[in-house]
Design a protein around this ligand. Structure first.
Ligand SMILES: [Zn+2]
Ligand SMILES: [Zn+2]
Length: 283
């Protein structure tokens, strides 16, 4: 049998007097109910609260389960690769480096991230691609004038979030040097793909302000980016395969040319033939 609670369900206080205890069946959101003990004066108060809550209350175990579900949903993805941690305790590494960046990485991913951040060429390339994407969005999609387009925070936040595959940016999100989300190439291709559609929508609708336009354009970009991302990935795979094939062919060609360069090649041809003739004679 369950131990009887020594405290009032409503106020949490202890019972001084056995006569002061009343029991009441408490209906829970989970569908279950349970008898709970109250101070006599606390029960009417509790019933009032119960009524306000729609006749049900969250039990502690239900709340715990809900919290567990919420934290499970909030489980962090690897900042670098964007994948979930399989064995959280083992693979989770927490680091805080490079200014405000804050991330959780698979150990291998963290090494890749550091290498990327220390690679000056790569960072230059990333900055160049970022500017390209930003300019395309500001000038080609939103049709901004240069004075408007400079450092528009709304654009910066939305595009940076898109880069790491999120709708909104959180403080400390890592944008540079990571693989998670969509590449700038994918983002740029998607914008080019939907530009006409967005321009048409802009012409046929009324917009309150620039932010409204930015949000509208972002929705259309989000609706198309996975499709374009699939195409970009397939293209890259094809390019990789072709490169491997080319490398193989070149290696084979080099191998053959090396064989031809061997000094005894010409001689062995004739001697081989002679030997063959000789063998034929034997039969
Ligand atoms: Zn009480
Ligand atoms: Zn990772």
């Amino acid at each position: 049998m369950a131990k009887r609670a020594k405290t009032c369900f409503y106020c949490g206080g202890t019972f001084e007097d056995e006569m002061d205890i009343v029991e009441f069946r408490v209906p829970y959101t989970s569908g279950k109910s349970a008898h709970r003990r109250f101070h006599e004066k606390c029960l009417p108060e509790f019933k009032k609260v119960l009524e306000e809550q729609g006749g049900e209350i969250e039990s502690a175990s239900y709340r715990k389960k809900l919290n567990e579900r919420r934290t499970a949903q909030k489980k962090p993805n690897c900042t670098y690769c964007g994948r979930l941690f399989v064995d959280t305790d083992e693979s989770l590494v927490l680091y805080n480096q490079f200014g405000n960046s804050y991330g959780k990485y698979h150990p291998n991913c963290y090494i890749k991230y550091i290498n990327n951040m220390q690679n000056a060429d790569l960072r230059k390339q990333e900055n160049k691609e970022w500017e390209e994407v930003y300019d395309y969005f500001a000038y080609e999609i939103l049709n901004m004038r240069p004075s408007q387009a400079r450092e528009n925070k709304a654009i910066v936040y939305r595009l940076a979030a898109l880069r790491i595959g999120k709708k909104r940016l959180n403080r400390g999100d890592v944008i540079m040097g990571v693989e998670a989300g969509y590449s700038y190439k994918t983002i740029l291709y998607t914008m080019k793909y939907v530009r006409t559609q967005i321009t048409e929508e802009f012409a046929s609708r009324r917009f309150h302000d620039m932010n409204h336009k930015i949000n509208y354009a972002m929705v259309i970009i989000w609706n198309n980016i996975d499709f374009i991302n699939g195409r970009v990935k397939a293209m890259e795979r094809q390019k990789e395969l072709t490169e491997i094939e080319t490398k193989k062919r070149l290696a084979e060609k080099e191998r053959l040319s090396n064989v031809e360069k061997l000094p005894y090649q010409r001689k062995s041809k004739t001697s081989g033939k002679a030997r063959w003739v000789w063998l034929e004679d034997e039969e």
